[in-house]
Ligand binder design. Sequence first.
Ligand code: IMP
Length: 197
Amino acid sequence: MKVIVATGNAGKMREFRRILEPLGFQVTSMKEEGIDVPIVEDGTTFAENARIKAMTVHQHTGEAVIADDSGICVDALGGRPGVYSARYGGEDLPHPEKIKLLLKELIQVPDEKRTARFVAHICYIGADGTRIDAEECCEGVIGHAPRGEGGFGYDPIFMVGDKSFAELSGAEKDAVSHRGKALRAFAQKLSQGCGNQ
Ligand code: IMP
């Protein structure tokens, strides 16, 4: 089944392909489909923003679309940057700089209070308008310095056990990640016909 992923984020796109293709989906990107539609992400929750992205591209194409809105929620910062993770420190600030800024904000925070979670909300809208939502999280701890070369975004400072997400293989990350869990939950709902129009 063909599904268009409503994202311009190359890191997310890689993960969508890695997770959904083995489940039988034909995964394609907005870029590959030549879709250039502005998406106004003005929601205040992961669910709202995921729905805005999926609905915008679905209305534009009439095809089955899937979107993810995700972010990192740091307990010592009252859940920030959360929904605003991509815009933390400014939309154009590269992730290595966002990481430096986050580590600076947490400089006085002791290990036991550096708990955090990645959250992913998946919204799928089928060609017939059927909608399926799934939200999952992955608990971890913010490290003291970036580690590893893999992944994207905040992966080098998100520690699960003794490794950062950026030190895991793709398969290892997908097995425990917010996106891996949410995409598998979505696929299960789809196979059970659990859509809500
Ligand atoms: P948005 O969903 O497009 O608003 O952006 C989500 C942002 O959250 C990304 O740009 C990253 O900064 C961060 N993020 C979400 N998921 C991950 C992940 O799996 N690894 C690292 N950073 C992530």
